[in-house]
Every structure is written in C-alpha cells, then in structure tokens.
Design a binder for this molecule. Structure first.
Ligand code: ATP
Ligand code: MG
Length: 404
C-alpha cells in the first residue's frame, strides 16, 4: 500500500473566527511554494484541512518539507481506498498485518461525510474491527489510548485510511501577520531573527547592503543562500540588494572614524524604511543583540533608531550568542553564516567605534552629506530577485529533530 495524500491540520489559526479563510489561503499559498520542488504534488484546502495529493511522489520528503512550514499543527499520511466494503476490509487487514506487534491494541475510528454510504460510522467500526480479528485473532480492541487508531473516512470521491499523526512546526502561517523588511547581512544573527519573525506569521523581504568591489560576489551569494534557507518555513521571498558603495566611501571620507558605524547604520535604516514604504511592509526586523558589539549598546540603538518612527523588531535582542547559534544550527544557516566572506560593515569597521554616540554630534556630522541624494541613488540601484526553495532534503530530518 502506498500513501496517496498527506492531510494537513491547521494550527492556531483555527481560533481566528472570520479571518479563518484568509489564514488558510495564506497557508495554502505557502505550502504550494514550499512544495513547488515536487512537480506532481497538488494542493487543495477547505475550512478544516489542507490536502496534499501526492500523485505518485514519494511521501517521505514531502512530509519532511511540510514539517517545517509554519501554521501547521499536525500531518497525517493517508491511503486512498475504493469506496466499497470489500476494498475497505482488505485494506484494513493488510495495514494491520503490516503494523502488528505482539500485545498490540487497536481501535477503528470511522467518519462518514458521504451520508449515502451504505454503513454509518458505528456499523463501519464494527465491520472493519471484525475484519481485523479475522486475520489477527490475538489482537485486542481498546477504546482508550490504543497503540494504533485506524481513522477511516468516507468522503464523496473515495474512502481514506490513516493511522499516524505527526507534529507540525506550529506558529502562524507566514504572511498572516503582515509583512516586514529583514535587514539581512551575511552574519549569524539576522537569519535567526528572520526565522523567529516568520514563526509568528510575519512575511519577510530580505534587504542586503552590498559594497562592491569592497565586498565580494561570495558575500552576496551567501546572503542569497541564507534567504533560500528561510524560504523553507513559508515559501518564496524577495531579495533586495542595495548598492551601498558610494555611501560607505562618503562616510569614510567625511566623518570621524569613531562615528562611522553609527552613520552607516543610520543610512541603512533610512533606506530600509524607504523600501518598506514602497513595498507596503509594516515593520523592520534586524539581528541586533544587546551588547554583542559596539554598535549594539542601548545608546547606539537609540542614536541609530532616531531616523525613523517605524517599529524595529529585534527578535534576538536579549539572547546570548550561544542561544542564537543553537537556533542557527537548528535551521541550518550556521554553516553558511560562518563562510569567510566579509560584508560591508566588517570592511569599513573602525577599530574603536563609539559605544555611546551622541545624537547631537551624529546630526552635526550628517550636515556634511547630501543625505537625500545618497539615499535616492541607492534606491534607484536596488536589484530585486525572487528566491525560491531548493530541494535539500538531506538535511531536513536532522532539522526536524532539533526544531520540534
Ligand atoms: P549579523 O550576525 O546579523 O550580521 P552582527 O552581530 O554582525 O549581526 P552588526 O554587524 O552590528 O551585527 O549588524 C547588526 C544588524 O544590522 C544585523 O543583524 C543586520 O540586521 C543589520 N545589518 C548589518 N549589516 C548588514 C548588511 N550588509 N545588509 C543588511 N543588513 C545588515
Ligand atoms: Mg554582521
């Protein structure tokens, strides 16, 4: 017997009342993106569940891809059976023979959504239970917590049998909480920040500042590879590359070294905020972690954040580096993040950046720049690419062990 379908139970969204269908449609869209690597798979959603029809695709990798998608509570692989009693009996017997171990208990839980079917659910339980005893006389029926529960469902088009339910990633469907711009460097922290925002349903567009020729194509590829890793949790993602060379050279030439970092960050935030507005996002997300480096003191955050009133979400702000690394390893971004390609901030980083920059001074230095012109030119040069999931099923089972 081979699985014909994976049945997806929706997560927290089932409590959302009349927004429910909007949530379900988001989840369906996300599942469709994530499973686009399996061309034969077909997806259909109704109010209660999403059905993933395998059409001959091996169920294991599809199952593993689904286990990473946020907004899924549980998953059951399902057998499709002809809708007649003889076929159902035969299937139940075959399946229980496969599953049987000494001392095993079982129950049949039938449900009839096609009310024209000749037996009701109680009668079905009896007939199919008896069929199991025919081939396994020693097996015991048990209503409370049996070892195996065979769920039998009679639907319009066919009958379905499932016997296991596997835990999903939980969280909210990506996009159900709106959209944010993720400031994505090549480092360890920002992909983790992105993952945590995705988990609570925030759709993300990745914004990456590149300063060629100071930064290499390798650094850019790294940021794109990190983005691709993040698509496994909720589908395709826009990657926005911002040309930052002119701004970094200007800052280097015109501002005192101790303030390079603060000024650089303020430009990044201004540009990200402008992109946010253009692309209808609500918040900015970054990977700042308190006290990790000089630019991440509270004074520094205040001086940088002063360029906008847009909420800046910092999912890893209170985490220790080791906690962040644990997550980075679990989501498989760590090995990419530690590849030795310097990003723009590392190259232009001063030896001793100010840990308590004064806003008055920052603003005085900024009068030396044509801020609007610099920002406008950077915005005019952005390049946007859509990043889609890749088939890297090798790693997935390990991830699932760590994440669930
Ligand atoms: P990360 O590990 O995410 O690089 P970090 O500890 O190196 O973080 P910083 O270099 O101070 O910290 O950067 C703080 C945050 O600023 C990053 O987490 C990221 O959100 C953003 N950022 C830094 N450099 C870039 C860049 N080149 N493009 C986009 N965002 C960036
Ligand atoms: Mg960094």
């Amino acid at each position: 017997m081979y699985y014909s379908e994976i049945m997806v139970r929706h997560g927290e969204l089932s409590t959302k009342g009349k927004n429910k269908m909007r949530f379900i449609n988001k989840l369906k869209r996300n599942i469709t993106d994530v499973l686009s690597i399996y061309p034969n798979v077909h997806i259909r959603s109704d109010r209660d569940r999403t059905h993933v029809y395998l059409h001959g695709t091996d169920y294991q990798p599809v199952m593993e891809s689904l286990q990473l998608v946020f907004g899924i509570q549980a998953l059951s692989p399902v057998y499709k059976i002809d809708k007649n009693i003889a076929a159902l009996k035969k299937a139940v017997q075959e399946l229980m023979r496969e599953l049987y171990q000494e001392g095993m208990t079982f129950k049949i839980a039938s449900k009839r959504s096609d009310h024209n079917f000749e037996l009701d659910s109680r009668e079905l339980n009896q007939v199919l239970g008896a069929a199991v005893f025919e081939v396994l006389p020693e097996i015991k029926a048990q209503m409370k917590q049996p070892n195996v529960t065979l769920k039998v469902e009679i639907r319009e088009e066919a009958a379905y049998i499932s016997h296991e339910e596997i835990k999903g990633a939980g969280g909210l469907p990506v996009g159900s909480s709106g959209k944010g711009m993720l400031m994505l460097s090549g480092g360890i922290d920002s992909p983790v920040a992105g993952y945590l925002a995705l988990k609570r349903g925030v759709a993300i567009e990745a914004v990456h500042f590149a300063s060629p020729p100071y930064t290499s194509p390798g650094a850019l590829k790294k940021a794109k590879d990190l983005t691709r890793k993040l698509t496994r949790f909720g589908g395709n993602m826009q990657f926005i590359e911002v040309p930052f060379t002119e701004i970094q050279e200007e800052i280097k030439n015109k501002a005192p070294e101790a303030y390079l970092m603060t000024l650089t960050r303020r430009f990044m935030l201004r540009i990200t905020d402008a992109l946010r507005e253009r692309r209808n996002a609500l918040v900015i997300i970054n990977g700042e972690s308190l006290g990790q480096v000089a630019s991440q003191t509270l004074e520094s955050m205040q001086a940088i954040n002063a360029v906008t009133t847009t909420p800046v979400i910092r999912p890893v702000v209170t985490m220790d580096k080791l906690e962040i690394i644990d997550i980075a390893q679990a989501i498989d971004t760590f090995d990419i993040s530690i590849q030795p390609f310097e990003d723009c901030c590392t190259i232009f980083a001063p030896d001793r950046p100010k840990t308590n920059p004064k806003l008055k001074k920052v603003e005085a230095y900024e009068t030396r720049f044509d801020i609007d012109g610099l920002v406008a030119r950077a915005l005019a040069g952005v390049e946007i690419t859509e990043i889609t999931p890749e088939a890297d099923v090798d790693h997935v089972s390990e991830l699932i062990d760590q994440l669930l």
